[in-house]
Design a binder for this molecule. Structure first.
Ligand code: COA
Length: 146
């Protein structure tokens, strides 16, 4: 990370990390959907777990966790490495939801997510549970709107 990315104490700004996450996870969504246009619909959570500092090399690890009809949930783990000491730190985690759009900018279906093994099956199942919970909460919020 560079000077411009950080505050006076050398801590990298949260917004810089968030931008890296959104840009990286969007690439995963574009690749899966085979659609050039995906939009960020929701950042479900964003946890900053430890600081990153100027000079750290920050890497963003993404995995597709759930695919609905047109939406995709990408799980993200951000790691900072001090190249001198070799120390690595898990600095942030997030779940970002993207929607693929067609040429008229309408949501368009994406290919299903096929698990390669039982571990991936479990990841998808947990994400499906989150998806259902999210829908229920959204419905409740819509009903209570004035
Ligand atoms: C995201 C967006 C395309 C959804 O449009 P919409 O007309 O509400 O679409 P639909 O109701 O048909 O929903 C389409 C899918 O998106 C999902 N979705 C829509 N809004 C969502 C939200 N806020 N959070 C999570 N999922 C959402 C729906 O669950 C549905 O998923 P599914 O097809 O897998 O079942 C629209 O709200 C939008 O364009 N938002 C702005 C995006 C943007 O500018 N992002 C920042 C820059 S990239």
């Amino acid at each position: 990370m560079e000077l411009i990315d950080a505050n006076a104490h050398g801590n990298v700004h949260g917004g810089v990390i968030m931008r890296m996450v959104d840009e990286s996870a969007a690439l995963v969504a574009i690749k899966h959907s085979q659609s050039p246009t995906v939009v960020t619909a929701r950042v479900e959570r964003f946890d900053f777990l430890a600081p990153a500092f100027i000079g750290d090399v920050v890497s963003v690890h993404c995995e597709m966790r759930y695919v609905g009809r047109t939406s995709m949930e990408v799980g993200v783990r951000v790691v900072a490495e001090d190249l001198v000491t070799g120390e690595t730190r898990h600095i942030a985690s997030s779940n970002v939801i993207y929607v693929a759009l067609d040429e008229k900018r309408k949501p368009t279906p994406v290919p299903p997510l096929v698990p390669a093994d039982d571990e991936e099956k479990a990841i998808i199942e947990r994400a499906r549970t989150r998806h259902m919970r999210r829908q229920k909460i959204d419905e409740e919020l819509t009903q209570t709107k004035d």
